[in-house]
Design a protein around this ligand. Sequence first.
Ligand code: ATP
Ligand code: MG
Length: 302
Amino acid sequence: MSALDLPGWKHVYSGKVRDLYRPDEGTSDGADDGGATERMLVVASDRVSAFDHVLEPGIPGKGELLTRLSRWWFDQLGGADGGRAIPNHLVAGAAAPAEVAGRSMVVRELDMQPIECVVRGYLTGSGWAEYQADGTVCGIPLPSGLVNGDRLPEPIFTPAYKAPLGEHDENISFERTVELVGPDIAVALRDTSLEIYSRAAALAEAKGLILADTKFEFGLDADGTLTLADEVLTSDSSRYWDAAAWRTGATPEERMASYDKQIVRDWLASVWDKTGTPPELPDDIAQRTSAKYRELLEVLAG
Ligand code: ATP
Ligand code: MG
């Protein structure tokens, strides 16, 4: 995990994929927001994680592809898609260091809510595992007889508690979310997440893609406004499938032809028993993933 020396910024934190920086004392980037909120620089690396482990080596170009896709989605959700403007953490007009310009965003530092706001329109992944065991996803009962990859009767909000670095995120019920953040914020997280999912899924569908599920993170700004943060609707935080393949596919593999990190997860699950250090990511998996991330950006954003 190599954080860079960036002029005007000091490194403060590294997550699995992103490195965060705060301005060095006395630095001004020229953007005018009255200085009400602290700035942060979020730099996306090429690191890839699966099952909460960072793998080596990274995916070539991934940091830039994720950043371009996030920016495109922030723009759509800002009203370009015809919907209401969802507040987001980007600082307009603020310059990032040239060295990382393509893969970084200058944002407002928010009071992050410890909830991963997952929305599922289709049944797969950890949702499919829970459904097979209990007939529910995050405690929400679902009709019987669904198979892996099926569309749900309606999109569902299935939050996870965001565990501290090194621990695993934990699926929780809506009631538990209310206990953790209070009823007002819990309802706002749920309703905003469902709204964004349905707007994004409609947009993806128009481009021949299924947005099977996705994860949002929100924070509160200095005024207490719920604000969309982190990355949004990327191939790291979402599952995207080819809609035509999903309709005609005979097997789960054919139905869920993915444009996302599933390629890495499937490879890792086939070679590793999830104990100890994961094996090195083979070059062909890294290249295929990189190509799919690029294809997704092209299909969506053109
Ligand atoms: P973890 O937080 O456990 O490290 P992660 O591995 O997913 O999770 P990354 O995505 O690599 O982390 O790092 C991004 C970090 O930046 C996350 O912790 C996220 O919550 C945080 N973050 C994103 N946007 C903002 C913001 N506007 N203000 C403050 N923190 C933010
Ligand atoms: Mg993250």
